[in-house]
Write a protein that binds this ligand. Structure first.
Ligand code: SAM
Length: 243
């Protein structure tokens, strides 16, 4: 259970409304019942319900169960989709270990408004589900031009390029993995960029593909929906370069 508070062993910490609802109404937990807590930065702790009522709960932190573990530093840069598809993408990409989400407004992006609080709530549930101990950052949308202007060249950008002669993603990532020049760890900062349902404009693709920190990749011969493409790229990334 995610609780954004300090988790000092021996202390009673207050549960927020979401946690009280989950413990009381969903899990029907009572005082004395065990619960596992994380706050996104200090690891995972065993705890016990000290008090629980309609208005709140106090959880007694007992012991460190798992030290804090990170996730590979990979961002997902995606053009916002319709509400349900964006919710789905946030949930599944959090399960797949994304460290940060960067919504990007491209020429053919049709949905430009995002409810960042709702997306954060989806990410919390997905993190709890997969027992990851960090929450992904969810950044406000930026235009493609702004994003690329401020890009740090140490972060390798894997561009899902729906057209053109791009290397298959598995080949491109395997080549990074076996690169002898950088002793098997060519980069430790990564990002995947996928376009909107209408695709990138030709000029956008040309502009991005030519940047020195970009590797354009293909995801096979079929044109995938934007959410499928992003999740496919992430799954392949995690199977080849994830830890
Ligand atoms: N309207 C575009 C077209 O017909 O070419 C398709 C856009 S696709 C639905 C949405 C995004 O998913 C693309 O911008 C690209 O980033 C990614 N994508 C989809 N299929 C892909 C593939 N086979 N290889 C690489 N990227 C792909």
């Amino acid at each position: 259970l995610y609780l954004p508070v300090d988790l000092a062993i021996g202390n009673d910490v207050p549960a927020d409304d979401r946690a009280v609802h989950y413990l009381r109404n969903v899990m029907r937990r009572q005082p004395g019942d065990p619960v596992v807590l994380f706050n996104g930065r200090d690891g995972e702790f065993t705890a016990e319900i000290a008090k629980i009522g309609k208005r709140g709960a106090a959880l007694r932190v007992k012991a460190l169960r798992r030290p804090q573990a990170g996730v590979p530093d990979i961002w997902l840069c995606f053009a916002p989709l319709k509400k349900d598809a964006t919710d789905f993408l946030i949930e599944k990409a959090t399960e797949l270990g994304v460290a940060a989400f960067q919504p990007v407004i491209t020429r053919h992006t049709t949905s430009t408004r995002l409810n960042l609080d709702r997306l954060a709530a989806n990410a919390i549930e997905a993190a709890e589900q997969t027992e990851r101990l960090t929450l992904p950052a969810i950044h406000p949308p930026q235009s493609l031009a702004e994003l690329l202007q401020r890009w740090s060249p140490q972060r390798r950008l894997i561009l899902c390029a729906e057209a053109g002669p791009a290397l298959p993603i598995a080949e491109a990532l395997s080549a990074f993995k076996t690169s002898v020049t950088f002793s098997n760890s060519p980069y430790d900062q990564w990002a995947i960029l996928c376009g909107p349902e209408g695709g990138f404009a030709r000029s956008e693709l040309d502009q991005i593909s030519n940047l020195p920190f970009v590797t354009p990749v293909g995801l096979g011969p079929r044109i995938l929906r934007a959410d499928t493409a992003a999740l496919t790229a992430l799954a392949v990334f995690q199977s080849i370069l994830g830890d």
